[in-house]
Design a binder for this molecule. Sequence first.
Ligand SMILES: [Zn+2]
Length: 296
Amino acid sequence: MENRKYTIHGPGLTEETKKEVSDFIAGYDDIDFLGPIKGEIQKPAEIEQMILEINQYREEIATELGLSKPIPIRVGQVHLLPPFVFNERYPNSPDSAEGLHENLGHGIFIKYKEYNSPELLKMFLLHEGIHMDSYHAYFTRNQNDNPIDSLSGQTRSGYSTSTPYKERESNYLNGFNEAVVQKITWEKIRIHLIRMKTNMSYENEIAVLDSLIKKIAIRYNEEEAEVWRRIKIGLFTGEMMHLRRINKTYGPKALEVLAMLTDEYGIITEKVQKYFQTDDLKERLKIEEELLSKTK
Ligand SMILES: [Zn+2]
């Protein structure tokens, strides 16, 4: 099987240490990850068929974008957890979270509710599968600590970057990243599952993304589909240079405003949404000032 490739970041790391950490991570990728998990629900017989379908979708997405084939999800990687077990495992995850991709070993954990339809389960699996395909980097500390012990999985996933070396871990572009992941998921799953009449999750974040696409397309005289395609490719390849177009379109602090979009709905989401939707420059600057003064 093809190996995944990640960048290892951290202060004062030698090439040797980076290699040691890479090998450790690769070891995790080789095992049929983490089973069984305490409290997990026995997977229904249909899960195997579902995962085959999800792998097929992931391949189609990669092919459409001209990227290499993703590594298939294996049944052992997927774990269905009742909501209380899920919440115990991830006490900091928002109530709205329906699943989580663990970056070390790529376990996929789904908050399993019996009333959820198989279509919904597929949507959650595909969403987490896309996170898995867009994982780029790990962070570890220098030699003085054991680099394996201080390994943090939280460095770079798609467009979302986090800074574990600061006192409090902070996420950058997390909401934007979720919007991109869910929009790709929805595009794929909608074609296959027309009868799914459900809300598509991250609707507010996707509304921001849609406004961005529209306005960048106008500014650069491009088709919206072309702008969207570039954003999708960047999620999987880690190419982020095109994000500069956001500032060129909206103003020099637009990316800072976008970074404030989290994956939890609230007043900030509303303001960020307004910022990217309005054509009124004065209004935009006013929102910018309000939002950015909070971070100082
Ligand atoms: Zn997600």
